[in-house]
Each structure stands twice: as C-alpha cells, then as structure tokens.
Design a protein around this ligand. Sequence first.
Ligand SMILES: C[S@@+](CC[C@H](N)C(=O)[O-])C[C@H]1O[C@@H](n2cnc3c(N)ncnc32)[C@H](O)[C@@H]1O
Length: 224
Amino acid sequence: MSTYILMRILESIPSRYDRGIRILTLGKLDEVYDRLTSHIKKGQRVLDVGCGTGALALRAAKKGAKVKGIDINSRMLEIAERKAKELNLNENTEFIEMGVAELGEEKDESYDVVMSGLCFSELSDDELEFTLKEIRRILRNGGMLLVADEVVPESNVKRIVSWIVRFPFVLIAYILTQTTTKPVRNLKEKIERAGFKIELARWNKLGNFVEILARKAEQEGKYG
Ligand SMILES: C[S@@+](CC[C@H](N)C(=O)[O-])C[C@H]1O[C@@H](n2cnc3c(N)ncnc32)[C@H](O)[C@@H]1O
C-alpha cells in the first residue's frame, strides 16, 4: 500500500489511472472501496469528494444512490463521466469540476453520505479542517462519512518502517511530478474533532492506510 504515492504520477495521465492503481495496489483498493460502499443504500444522496475517475462514486451509483462527484481535475472527471455512460449510470450521477474550497456552496444537511478516497492526503491541514467542518454541515443528522486514505502510522516502529518503505516511491513520484502526497496525521482524531463519532476504523498491517466509517454526532465538533 506504500505504492499509493505513485498515484501522483498516474493522476497526470488520467487515462492510465484506473489500470495503474489496480496494478500498484494489487487490487486491494478495489476490496477497500467495495467494503466502504457496502454501507450505502438505494436512494441515498451521496457526495464523493475528490472523486477522480469515479471509483467510489460509480460503486455507490450501482447501489442505486444519487451521487455527485467533485474534483479539481477535469480530465479525471471526463473519464468518470464516460464510465458512468458506459454503465448506464448517468441518470444517477453528476460529476462537477469543483474543489473542496467551494463546499460552502452546498446546502446544509443535503447529503446522507459523504465519501472520499485518497483525497484528504492531497489537502493541506487547513483545507482538511475546513473540508471536515463543511462535510459535517452538509450531512443530515446521523449521516455517514466514509474515508479511505494514507495516514501516518500511530506507533513509532511502524512510522519508521513506513517511512523507509515509502521513501523510494516518494522520490520517484517527486522526480516525475514535482508533487507528493502527505499521509494524514491523526486522521481519526481530526474526524472526531470535527464532530463525528467513529463507528469503524480498519488499518492495514503497516498502519499507513485506514478505512473509516464515521457518523455525524449530535454535538458540534471542536472546529465549530
Ligand atoms: C489519488 S486521486 C483519488 C481519486 C479517487 N477518489 C479514487 O480513489 O480513485 C485524488 C483526487 O483528489 C483530487 N483532489 C485533490 N485536491 C482536491 C481538492 N482541493 N478538491 C477536490 N479534489 C481534489 C485530485 O484531483 C484527484 O483526482
């Protein structure tokens, strides 16, 4: 899973993104996304933040949810749209070029589920704090947040091992794209602080990738 950093290279060639990520993660990301979207029900209003080529959004739409996918990369969105048409899911999906900074335009309590895969690690700390606060606002009471992303391991040993394993990939990605991802530190705590109750958190063996199911808590978060 440390090879996720190489997705930065794939993002610059969207036509290869799906196949590339499947090879890099040995199909494990598909399993993660199948598990996450298994919580989605027919008729739910779902937002996919940083939807890319629609891996999560299309899974949710297949389950009968009404899905909006947002992303800042128009070429990734074109692929998502094309896939939706091929799968006859275009009635249930819309893909919009929009960044997390524009989440303020979404109405209060207008979604049952907000999900995000491998996008939070591309945001700055301030952007992530803002995004979580906005997600809480646009979710209905008791609504669900589903996240899968790269994180900094909690234990010191795993942190060192993860750093060593990731380093060559970080270097390759940086040389080729001049960008990198930033595994999220204390993601679980950040989600709780934003006013969510964690119902499920599942880490990989190295502790550097987590899947989270959280629910909007009644009480407001510390971010207000
Ligand atoms: C690694 S890709 C993951 C795409 C998709 N969620 C998936 O799992 O296949 C991360 C995506 O986040 C998007 N992204 C990065 N920063 C963003 C922002 N500020 N607002 C919205 N999307 C963003 C990127 O354009 C990219 O498509």
